[in-house]
Design a protein around this ligand. Sequence first.
Ligand SMILES: *[C@@H]1O[C@H](CO)[C@@H](O)[C@H](O)[C@H]1NC(C)=O
Ligand SMILES: *[C@@H]1O[C@H](CO)[C@@H](O)[C@H](O)[C@H]1NC(C)=O
Ligand SMILES: *[C@@H]1O[C@H](CO)[C@@H](O)[C@H](O)[C@H]1NC(C)=O
Ligand SMILES: *[C@@H]1O[C@H](CO)[C@@H](O)[C@H](O)[C@H]1NC(C)=O
Length: 732
Amino acid sequence: MPGKMAMIFGASNILWIVFAASQAFKIETSPESRTLVQIGDSVSLMCSTTGCEAPSFSWRTQIDSPLNAKVRNEGTKSTLTMDPVSFENEHSYLCTATCGSKKEEKEIKVDVYSFPKDPEIQLSVKCVVPDVYPFDRLEVELLKGDSRMKHQEFLEDMERKSLETKSLEVAFTPTLEDTGKALVCRAQLHMFETDSEEASPKERETYRELQVYILPKNTAIHVHPSTSLQEGDSVTMTCSSEGLPAPEIFWNKKLDNGDLQLLSGNATLTLIAMKVEDSGIYVCQGVNVIGANGKEIELIVKEKPFTVDISPGHQVATQIGDSVVLRCSVTGCETPSFSWRTQRDSPLNGIVSSDRTESTVTLTSVSLENEDHYLCTVTCGRRKMEKEVQMKVYSFPQDPEIEMSGLLVSGTPVTISCKVPLVYPSGHLEIEIHKGETLMVNKHFLEEMNIKSLENKSLEVTFTPTSEDTGKVLVCQAKLHIGEVESEPKQRQSTQTLYVNVAPTDTTVSVNPSAVLEEGSSVNMTCTTRGLPSPKILWSRQLSNGDLQPLSENTTLTLISTKMEDSGIYVCEGINEAGRSRKEVELIIQVAPKDIQLTAFPSESVKEGDMVIISCTCGNVPETWIILKKKTEMGDTVLKSIDGAYTIHKVQLEDAGVYECESKNKVGSELRSLTLDVKGRENNKDYFSPELLVLYCISFLIIPAIGMIIYFARKANMKGSYSLVDAQKSKV
Ligand SMILES: *[C@@H]1O[C@H](CO)[C@@H](O)[C@H](O)[C@H]1NC(C)=O
Ligand SMILES: *[C@@H]1O[C@H](CO)[C@@H](O)[C@H](O)[C@H]1NC(C)=O
Ligand SMILES: *[C@@H]1O[C@H](CO)[C@@H](O)[C@H](O)[C@H]1NC(C)=O
Ligand SMILES: *[C@@H]1O[C@H](CO)[C@@H](O)[C@H](O)[C@H]1NC(C)=O
C-alpha cells in the first residue's frame, strides 16, 4: 500500500510542474500602479517579466502623447526614466511585454505636483489718491529715489459722474540701502487750462523718507578658551548681534531666580581668576530701538583638580643598607597637609620633612622591617587623597663566589660551586653556570618566602675537565628578580678562566754516556717530562731504606768524576700541581780491582806433609774475577780454589814455588804473588792434582743487578770457563 501511494504523489507533482510552466509568463511593474512626483524631480518606472527568456517591451501613454522619457531595456526588465518630471509627464503609462505569441500589459499612473518653497511675507507700498474726478485723466506713479517702481494711467470709462478713490500698490521689500531714500507717490490729473495751448496737468505728490530698521538678530557668542573652565582660569566672551541700527550689546548673568544681573555694556566680557561660583548662564543681548535679541551660554567652572604624586613610583626596590627618599607632592592645592603611615602601621623608621606642597620620608638605612606599603595622605580643605608606594627590599651585595672542589686536572671530575651570599628575597634568585657558550646548569630558587632573612644560596655542578677547556671562561651569573619595579632583574656575575692541569707523564731519562761507568768519569743524566703546567724536575737518589734524597732540580744531573759509592738508583720526578711521575735509572760505577791480598796459612814456609791454605782475597771492588795460579816451568796452572782459598792438605815439595793471584774485572786487573817454601820430610809425599777453577770474588756476590750478572756471565762464557756465575744466572 505505501508503495502505491508514493506513485500517486509522484504523478501529481509532474502534472503541477507542467501546469506551472505554461502559466509562468507574467508582468510586474514598480511602482505597482500609481506614483506621485514633484515637478523637477526624477522618477523611474520599471516593468519586468518572469517566465520568458527574451521578452520585448514597449511603452506608451494612454492618450498616445509623446512619452517625454527615456526607455532602457535590459533582459527581462525595462525602465522608463523621466528626468526632470514636468507637466507633460502627468499621464498613465502602459508597459507592454511580448513573449512570442503572448502579450501582457500593465499601467502606472504618474501624478505630478509642485510645492517647493516656504511661504513668504511680502510688504507693499500703496499710494491712494482720494476723490478724483474725472478719474480717466489720472496718472499715478510710485518712485523710490530716482527709479520708478510702478506707474498706472486710469483710462477707464466714465459711465457715471462720481468722485472715486484710486490707488496704486506695489510689493516692497526694504533693504538696508533703502535707508535715506525718498519714497514718492506722484499723481497727475491731465486737465487743460482754458486759454492755454499746452497741456498743464494738475499734479500732487507725497514724499516720504525711508527709514529701514532691522531687529537685532543672529546674536552670537564667541568664547575663548572654553566654556568648561577650572578655578583660577580666565575667560573672554565676545558677543555680536546684527540689526539696524547696530544693536548695543549687554552682558548679563542669569541669577538663580531667573533675573538678569547686568555685568557689562561692552561686547567683550572678560572674567578673570574664576571661582566655582562663577559657573552659570551668561546672557548676551543685542538691543536696538526696535527690539532685542539674546543668546545664552553656560560656563562651567570646576574645582581645580588636586593631584597627589608619589615618587619614585608605586613601587620602589631598595637594597638593604641603602637610603631611599619617598616623596609625596601635591598640585592644585594651596595649603595641603600631609601625613605618612605604613600599611601594617609599623613605625615609619624614617625622617619626615614637609614644605608647602611636598613631603618626604627619608629612610637612611633600609632594613627588612621597611618592607611595607608607605601611604601618604594629603588633605586639601574638604578633600582628601591617599597615594601609596610599595617598598620592596632586596639584598644582593656581592658578586657570586666561584669555588672548585679541587685543582682542575684533565680527566678528574671537579665540582664547581657558585655561591651568592646574603641574598634576599632568595625565592627570586636565579643562578646559572656557563662554561664558555654552554649553559651547564641553572636554578630558580622558588622557595617559601616566609622567612625574612638573608641567605646564602649556591648552585653546584660536577664536570670532568679536558685540556680543551683551558682558556674557556666559567661564568656564574646570578639574577635577582625584584617584582615589577624593574623589568630587568638585578644581575651580578663572576668569571673565572679555566686552566686545566695535566699531570706529568712520559717521564724519560737519558744517560750520557752510559749508566755503567768507570770510576772517575763524568755522567750526564737528563730527565724530560710533559704536563701542564710544565712540571718541575726533581732528581733524587734512592737510599738503601728506600727514602729519596733530593739532589737537584735541574733537568740534567751531572756527576763529575764519579766514585764507586755513586753507584745506585737515581730517581727523576716530574712534579706539578696535578701530580708527579717518576723514572728510575741505575748507575753503576766500575772500579779496577785493588787491595787484593795473597796469603799462605799458616806460613809461606811449611814442612812437607803440613796443611797449607793459600788464599786470595779481593778488595772492596765489585764484579771482580779472581784467578789463583801456580807458576811452573811448563806454564801457569790455575788452581781450584774455594772462596779464593786453595787448600793443600799435605804439602809436597813440588808444591813449593810461586803462587799468583790475579784479580780482574772489565776495568782492569791486579796481580799478587808469593813464594811457598816446602821443607822436606821422608815418605811424606802426597799426590798433586791441580784443578782448574775460576773464582768469583765472594764479597760482591750479593750485588743484585741482573744486568751485571748477565754481563759477567757472558764474559765468562767467552773465556770458555764455567763459574758459579752460571749458577747465579740460572737461579735468576
Ligand atoms: C570695552 O572694552 C574695550 C577693551 O576691553 C575698551 O577699550 C572699551 O572702552 C570698553 N567699552 C566700554 C563701553 O566699556
Ligand atoms: C653566608 O656567607 C657569609 C660569607 O659569605 C657568612 O659570613 C655567613 O655566615 C653565611 N650565612 C649563612 C646563613 O650561611
Ligand atoms: C755533560 O753536559 C755538559 C754540558 O752540556 C757537557 O759539557 C759535558 O761534556 C757532558 N758530559 C758528558 C760525559 O757527556
Ligand atoms: C743547576 O744548574 C745551574 C746552572 O745550569 C747550576 O748553577 C747549578 O749548580 C745546578 N744545580 C744543581 C743542584 O746541580
